[in-house]
Design a protein around this ligand. Structure first.
Ligand code: NDP
Length: 453
């Protein structure tokens, strides 16, 4: 692990003491604190009034019971979470994750990261995150609907377009947002479009929101490559995951001439050496809600197409020049990073949140690999959510082209501000430090203005 400045050690010790066993939250806080030594050396005023301690403590944490009835008439209980982390920049904003691994530590790490990510977009949104340990996999539409309705029946009282605006994340897409928006509308008797983002296009959703995180990560990674006069054209690329972020990363990378040869889900990874057939992936994942292993069955074995089961290999064993981890946290280990480096990886753009372990990040940085951390590289999703809020507030609807152009501009600005901040603080090319410092300052300044709250 890296070093935390002496002045900040006590803050980290207190975070560990107060959040026992929440390993992912500790990891996310540690990474930011490691970057902040350089800031407090230049600006000791940020140590005043427990400002950093307050940034590490969520403003509010809500945990609730979610009872729902399945198709066999059995009552199931899940746990719902919403962590309203920081509202210095605007209403809490961040996705809802439905996955069996969800617990308060995961939601807290995501909310903490989200605060800095949202600040980096330059848009007026605070940080929050939520979700449930509910597993939508294998559930009927009716079961998912009943779960979403029960979840919203508690959560709605904590939301509002000026208070807290959730969106999707793992396991939460347009279907789940639709059920939750319908229930919110029914409970409140208000058509408050700006209370949720990632909505369907027929009821206040934004064009390009679905594509935004994957496209945004591709813009960011391309901008990193361009600092070394490189581009995607002709490069072999591996994208992990096969959900919302992965699919639209593949789409944009292909449009720039990159050859994406592998993607995955929790059952394993599929390789197509001549380049993945994206229409087929979309058919399997978006239409049928199937598994990536079906790619092999539909494409036929041989001809450089194969599938490796989870546990029998790592997608990062597949040689590539650009890696875009887009599934989940800590999916890319120090060992994976060494394999990627040995195989000649030049750039890594994190589509997922915290997908690389600290050991992996250190290995990439030591090897001179351009590394774009999730809180900067995947900020295109939330940025476009904020554009959706803008359209809702002005009762307007932008074209795909206008929204995408805005997204591209925001991602360019995020890239440049991380790059410039890294230079200003004496670590040129270190996007991790650049993102942490630039995001921190944007949150810290309004907090100083507000006094101790
Ligand atoms: P989806 O649910 O659409 O897709 C997630 C993908 O990752 C699926 O292929 C899933 O496989 C795989 N995956 C999830 N958990 C695991 C796991 N524990 N082990 C192996 N594979 C796993 O989610 P998104 O694409 O929306 O999100 C992916 C990542 O991007 C997350 O880290 C999320 O926080 C981050 N992100 C998402 C944004 C968005 O706008 N959606 C914005 C910014 C970040 P399976 O189906 O088998 O579970």
């Amino acid at each position: 692990m890296g070093q935390i400045d002496d002045k900040l050690e006590g803050i980290f010790d207190e975070v560990i003491r107060r959040n026992t066993g929440e390993a992912e939250f500790h990891q996310a806080v540690r990474e930011v604190l490691e970057s902040l030594g350089r800031v407090v050396a230049k600006h000791p005023e940020y140590l005043d009034k427990a400002l950093i301690e307050r940034i590490c403590e969520p403003e509010r944490q809500i945990i609730f019971r979610v009872p729902w009835t399945d198709d066999n008439n059995q009552v199931n209980i899940n746990r719902g979470f919403r962590v309203q982390f920081n509202s210095a920049m605007g209403p809490y904003k961040g996705g809802l994750r439905f996955h069996p691994s969800v617990n308060v530590g995961i939601i807290k790490f995501l909310g903490f990261e989200q605060t800095f990510k949202n600040a980096l977009t330059g848009l007026p949104i605070g940080g929050g995150k939520g979700g449930s340990d509910f597993d939508p996999k294998g559930r009927s539409d009716a079961e998912v609907m009943r779960f979403c309705q029960s979840f919203m029946t508690e959560l709605y009282r904590h939301l509002g377009e000026y208070t807290d605006v959730p969106a999707g994340d793992i396991g939460v897409g347009a279907r789940e947002i639709g059920y939750m928006f319908g229930q919110y509308k029914r409970l409140t008797n208000r058509y408050e479009a700006g209370v949720l983002t990632g909505k369907g296009l027929f009821y206040g959703g934004s064009l390009a929101r679905k594509e935004a995180t994957g496209y945004g990560n591709t813009y960011f990674t391309r901008a990193m490559l361009q600092t070394g006069s490189e581009d995607f054209d002709g490069k072999t690329v591996v994208v992990s995951g096969s959900g919302n972020v992965a699919i639209y990363s593949i789409e944009k990378v292909q449009s720039y001439g990159g050859k994406v040869v592998a993607c995955s889900d929790s059952s394993g990874y599929v390789v197509d050496e001549s380049g993945l057939d994206l229409d087929l992936i979309k058919e399997i994942k978006e239409v049928r809600r199937g598994r990536v292993s079906e790619y092999l069955r539909l494409k036929g074995d041989g001809n450089g197409v194969y599938f490796v089961k989870a546990g029998e290999g790592s997608i990062w064993d597949v040689p590539c020049q650009v890696a875009m981890p887009s599934a989940t946290q800590n999916e890319l280990t120090g060992k994976d990073a060494k394999t990627l480096i040995r195989n000649g990886v030049q750039a890594v753009g994190e589509g997922a949140n915290m997908p690389s372990t600290p050991e992996a990040i250190r290995a990439f940085q030591q090897a001179g690999v351009k590394f774009g951390p999730g809180k900067a590289a995947n900020a295109g999703g939330v940025a476009t959510s904020a554009l959706e809020m803008q359209q809702n507030a002005s009762r307007d609807r932008w074209t795909f082209e206008k929204t995408e152009a805005k997204l591209a501009e925001i991602m360019r600005d995020i890239h440049d501000s991380c790059h410039e901040t890294a230079e200003e603080y004496g670590v040129p090319g270190d996007y991790v430090t650049g993102a942490n410092i630039a995001g921190f300052i944007r949150v810290a300044e309004p907090m100083r203005a507000f006094g101790v709250i």
